[in-house]
Write a protein that binds this ligand. Structure first.
Ligand code: AMP
Ligand code: GLY
Length: 429
């Protein structure tokens, strides 16, 4: 088969790694890809948001199946455009990707279908938003409605912080049109976990779980990032909890989307708060997480391609993925300064000595090669050093042992990825 993968981050390198290993894959293209993906796929310089360019490429090259990594093209209607051109793909259509693309849509949908999530209000008027915060008090959570690259959420511990967040999003338009509408919601207490399910529009199956570290600093301190590391499985999502998540959140969502005429096909990524009363939805994403995808792909024993094709073709009722018993852990290496401003073009050495194998893979998130073939950092998050181990502690050691061999003075990583899970496993929880 001829495949086209869309995207250029660590998530897409992990998908490329899994797709390239499929016996069904003859040719793998990636648009636009990165230096790591280029070792596995033929990279073509088409932006992930260039819907017309992607459909044209897929048509001209007789692509059999397109796998869409990031949210922006999904929300912009790439899958709809591919469908119209008769090209099969993995990912939700635009109307279903609204579960991620509009927080207001997601909250109203959950209310219509009794899916447990935080109580909320939707606001397009700044005075009404302020009045709601004053009436509810803190802690309270202020969110821009639209896509804001993971930065459109302020968890306000004081009323003033919440009022400032409203001003930043609505008056100062910090996130542009994404902040024209706000969702303001109840603060939920508990432990967070990411849960993944494949949905073909009718049938949903669990597809792994993970936890990530969003803060830039050790001990989960400092500003939020796209994710500084992740591990799978998440100890808090035991078998009973996974079944509750499927029964109370995932299946009602898939049934509700179908009933409303916008069936969800693709991967549903539920960001959850595991509270005292059970799992509650923080947010939905319509794609794999990054760096969660990196740990999921290393744990997946089955061929990924039949799973993605069954999702796109409504055949998930006959699919049962097999996972390695091992744990996986990914540590992200980022450019010094991230998530603030950082330098591009610094050289990374030492990766060649880390011959990739099935237990250790250095996924590239933001890399490029210069004319001399040197590997350069080309983004904020740059590498995702991902290791398997018999348990989380071993996976963590394997990842950090590999990092010790990477020579990149202009980069950094957190030293404690996995700490919460390791602490709770030690306590025997
Ligand atoms: P989101 O972009 O919606 O995933 O939110 C980013 C982060 O904000 C989440 O990972 C949570 O840590 C936090 N958060 C979002 N909504 C809530 C909420 N209602 N209660 C507590 N924390 C929240
Ligand atoms: N790691 C968080 C995300 O992909 O949204």
């Amino acid at each position: 088969m001829k495949l086209l993968l869309v995207g250029s981050g660590g998530r897409e390198h992990a998908l490329a790694w899994a797709l390239a290993a499929s016996p069904l894959c003859d040719t793998l293209y990636c648009a636009p890809g990165n230096a790591g993906i280029a070792q596995l796929a033929e990279c073509v310089p088409i932006a992930a948001e260039d819907i017309g360019g992607l459909v044209r490429f897929a048509t001209e090259n007789a692509i059999d199946f397109v796998v869409v990594g990031p949210e922006a093209p999904l929300v912009a209607g790439l899958v709809d455009a591919l469908d119209a051109a008769g090209i099969k793909s993995f990912g939700p259509r635009r109307a279903a990707a609204a579960l991620e693309g509009s927080k207001g849509f997601m909250k109203d949908f959950c209310a219509r279908h009794n899916i447990p999530t935080a109580a909320y209000g939707r606001f397009t008027d700044i005075a009404a938003a302020r009045a709601f915060v004053t009436a509810q008090g803190a802690p309270i959570v202020v969110k821009a409605d639209g896509l804001a690259a993971g930065k459109g959420v302020v968890v306000a511990m004081s009323e003033q912080e919440a009022l400032d967040a409203i001003d930043m999003m609505m008056a100062d338009k910090a996130f542009g049109s994404a902040g024209a509408e706000l969702v303001i919601e109840e603060f939920m207490q508990g432990e967070e976990a990411s849960f993944f399910a494949l949905s073909d529009g009718v049938t949903a199956i669990p597809f792994g779980n993970a936890q990530d570290h969003k803060r830039v600093g050790d001990g989960d301190t400092g500003p939020n990032t796209g994710g500084m590391g992740a591990y799978s499985p998440a100890p808090i999502v035991n078998k009973a909890m996974a079944e509750r998540i499927m029964a109370e959140i995932i299946r009602p969502t898939v049934a509700g989307m179908k009933a409303e005429g916008t069936p969800f096909t693709g991967v549903l990524y539920a960001g959850l708060m595991i509270t005292e009363t059970g799992p509650r939805l923080i947010e939905y994403n319509a794609r794999f997480g990054d760096p969660e995808c990196q740990v999921l792909m290393m744990r997946l024993k089955s061929d990924i391609l039949p799973a993605l094709m069954a999702t796109g073709e409504g055949r998930l009722d006959r699919y049962d993925p097999i996972w390695h018993d091992s744990a996986a852990l990914c540590v992200v290496m980022a450019s010094n300064g991230y998530p603030g401003s950082y330098k591009k073009g610094t050289e990374i050495r030492g990766l060649d000595a880390l011959a990739d194998n099935t237990r250790l893979v250095v996924f590239h998130a933001g890399t490029a090669r210069d004319d001399a073939g040197r590997l350069l950092a080309n983004g904020g998050r740059v590498l995702g050093v991902t290791a398997l181990g018999a348990d989380l502690a071993v996976a963590q050691k394997n990842a950090y042992d590999a990092i010790a061999q990477i020579d990149w003075p202009e980069g950094f990583c957190r030293q404690d990825i996995g700490w919460r899970a390791l602490a709770s496993l030690k306590k025997g929880n």
